[in-house]
Ligand binder design. Sequence first.
Ligand code: 4NP
Length: 175
Amino acid sequence: MPTPANHPVPGLVGPFKLSVCFVCLGNICRSPTAEGVLTKLVADAGLRGRIRVDSVGTGAWHKGERADKRARTEAQRRGYDLQSVARQITSADFTTHDLLIGMDHANLRELEALAAKTTSTAKFSLLRSYDPLAPADSEVPDPYYGGLEEFARMFDMVEAACRGLLARLRSEHGL
Ligand code: 4NP
């Protein structure tokens, strides 16, 4: 981790110990879903004040928009509330967050390219790397041009990976 476990996260106000930000292309489908899922898992585990959860897009096309209607419909069916408003990543994201978690390899390549132009203290990873049952290098495919079925499959992948992510954060940081 870029900051020792009990060290305040730079740039963060409040008692948050860890800051996690999910990254996709548009910030209207996959990363808002991951934000909504992990936010609920964190709350259910009584860790709301300890882990901050955010999401961002590498592109700007959907800036200011709520999560895609199909994602919000599936979220509601599964008991999640997608609250995010789309925004594009900025240099501040590379220092306010401990973990920047991409959905696919293109997201990771973009993060690495942007990080080279900024002072980054964040660690990068792929979301499905936290799912113990997912093959190495698995991605969360973009469901944007698909139907509700693709969105349901996307939720299945995100839920499994977020459960693994929370377990990892708890064990690595004594939460
Ligand atoms: P996301 O999905 O990256 O999961 O938010 C996308 C949404 C919109 C577009 C691409 C991906 N788009 O090209 O507009």
